[in-house]
Each structure stands twice: as structure tokens, then as C-alpha cells.
Design a binder for this molecule. Structure first.
Ligand code: ATR
Length: 273
């Protein structure tokens, strides 16, 4: 059977083996998928060993996505823009190909699973780290009316704005930009909620129709999700669907078969409770 794995550090928490096992079973694919904790100084060597040993494909997670981008011989346009790769495989010519499926995973969860509209909407993204860089191009491809990035370190938001300006109407800076502005969709991509914190946001940000999405997930709603509910957002979601959708896109790249994600999202949701 074909060998796949996810490389990261730490890796214990990874749900990718469970997700890909579910996809493989559903699509009757003869494959195995393992989680591997790679030492911080051993990434390149481990990737090369994996493919030289007949490995078929890799997912790459924290903290190696930028290194994976640097290592790939060829990259998708969206990975190029992100400067980060979460999916690796060999082309028919034996080249190491890198893709980034995070952004498409986010968009698909919002549009296909949650039924949210992005086209023509005013989008706000909180944060300007690696997670944001990975999703900007797929978000802009949906043709929002505007996309605003705010970050604690305003300069990082401004850098992203400059880098992605040619792809659409994008602006950004510090949180003070948010006074007197409203958004149809707010995406939390800060790591703040992992530590139970959240950026200080004016409640006036939301309309009665606003949707709020936290890119992280857990058994309980995050602080950002609770803030959204308190401020009467129309809809609130966490990042579990994004996780499964980015995995589905990687699976599709490798196997040329598209798994149904709904049952797998439900399965993971139940396991969280
Ligand atoms: P990731 O890969 O998850 O994006 P990262 O690159 O370390 O991780 O980025 C973390 C993001 O969360 C950054 O935008 C960070 O803001 P700074 O650039 O100012 O550091 C943001 N962040 C982390 N903790 C935060 C907090 N308590 N309040 C607001 N933003 C926070």
C-alpha cells in the first residue's frame, strides 16, 4: 500500500492520521498514513529519506511549512504566494512538488459547508502570521468587496497588504483601524485564542448578518466565538471544517479522488465532545 505521513513538531495532537484513514476507507484507497515527529534540525533529511524510501506524499505542519516551501522543486501558485507548503508529492518527472491547501480548505468550509457568501462581502482578517499568509490568495479569489487585515503588530499587516495588493481590494494596519467600521465576515487567525485570549474588538464591528470564523477549534467554543455570539453574529464557526477540507484537498492531489468531508467532520466533532 502507498505510504503517506504528516511531518511536524510537536505532532501528538495531529488529527491528520484519523482524517486520512477515514478518507481512505470511504474511497477504498490502499494507503497508510502516519504522524511523524521530526527533529527541528532534521527536516530536509527526513523528507528526502521518506521519498527515497518510496513514500508517496507528505503533509507538513508547524514549524516546517516554510522549510517545505524552500525544499520543493516546484510549487503551486497559491503555495508560492503563501511562501509555505503543507502538501508534498513527487511529480511523474520525479520533481518534488509543493502545494498549500489551507486557504482552499478555509474557503470550502465557509462556502460549501456553512453556506456563507464571500463574493461582494467585506472581510476582516485578524492576525498577520503564517496562518493568514496561507489563506489570503484563496480568499481574494472569491472576489470579496474588500479584505482588511488587522494585527497587533501593525507593520506585519501592512507588509501583507503590499504583498497581496495586486490580487484585490486589500487594506490593513493596527486594531485602531476598526473604529467605526463594519464587516460581513470576520476570520480570527491570531494564535491568541489558543491561550484563551483575544484581541480587543469593538462590538460595533458586526452587523445583524455578520459571520464569524475562528481558524482554531476545540471541544468548547473559543473566546472569539463567545465574543461573536455575545455580539449577536448571524453565524459562528470554528476551524474543524477547515482542517478536514484542507486534508481532503491534499488527498485529492495525491489520489485524484475527492472524499466526502461531511461524515468526517461529524466524526471528529463527536470525538471532541
Ligand atoms: P500562525 O502560524 O498561527 O499565524 P504566527 O505566525 O506566530 O502563528 O502568528 C500569530 C498571530 O497571532 C500574529 O498575527 C500575532 O500578532 P503579532 O504579529 O502582533 O505577534 C497574533 N497574536 C498572538 N497573540 C495575540 C494576542 N494576545 N492578541 C492579538 N494578537 C495576537
Amino acid at each position: 500500500s502507498d505510504k503517506y505521513a504528516v511531518f511536524g513538531n510537536p505532532i501528538k495532537q495531529s488529527k491528520s492520521p484519523v482524517i486520512h484513514a477515514a478518507f481512505a476507507e470511504q474511497c477504498a484507497q490502499d494507503m497508510q498514513y502516519r504522524a511523524v515527529r521530526v527533529e527541528l534540525d532534521a527536516f530536509e533529511r527526513s523528507v528526502r529519506n521518506f521519498f527515497e524510501g518510496g513514500g508517496a506524499g507528505l503533509n507538513i505542519t508547524v514549524p516546517f511549512k516554510q522549510q517545505a516551501f524552500a525544499l520543493a522543486d516546484e510549487c503551486s501558485q497559491r503555495a508560492q504566494r503563501a511562501g509555505a507548503v503543507n502538501t508534498l508529492y513527487l511529480t511523474d518527472e520525479g520533481q518534488l512538488y509543493g502545494d498549500n491547501t489551507d486557504g482552499v480548505g478555509l474557503v470550502r468550509d465557509m462556502v460549501a459547508n456553512l453556506g456563507w457568501t464571500l463574493q461582494g462581502q467585506r472581510i476582516l482578517v485578524l492576525g498577520a502570521g503564517g496562518a493568514v499568509r496561507g489563506v489570503l490568495e484563496p480568499l481574494l479569489r472569491e472576489k470579496p468587496r474588500s479584505l482588511t487585515i488587522v494585527n497587533r503588530t501593525a507593520e506585519k499587516a501592512r507588509e501583507l497588504v503590499a504583498e497581496f495588493a495586486e490580487l484585490g481590494a486589500i487594506d490593513g494596519g493596527g486594531y485602531e483601524l476598526l473604529a467605526d467600521r463594519q464587516f460581513d465576515l470576520v476570520v480570527n487567525a491570531t494564535s491568541a485564542s489558543l491561550s484563551g485570549e483575544m484581541p480587543d474588538l469593538p462590538g460595533s464591528l458586526l452587523t445583524a448578518r455578520s459571520c464569524c470564523y475562528d481558524m482554531v477549534y476545540g471541544a468548547e467554543p473559543t473566546v472569539f466565538m463567545r465574543w461573536a455570539a455575545l455580539n449577536t453574529a448571524w453565524a459562528v464557526a470554528d476551524g474543524l471544517g477547515m482542517l478536514v477540507e484542507q486534508a481532503a484537498e491534499s488527498f485529492y492531489r495525491w489520489r485524484r479522488v475527492r472524499p466526502a468531508t461531511g461524515p468526517v467532520i461529524n466524526q471528529l466533532r463527536q470525538a471532541l465532545a
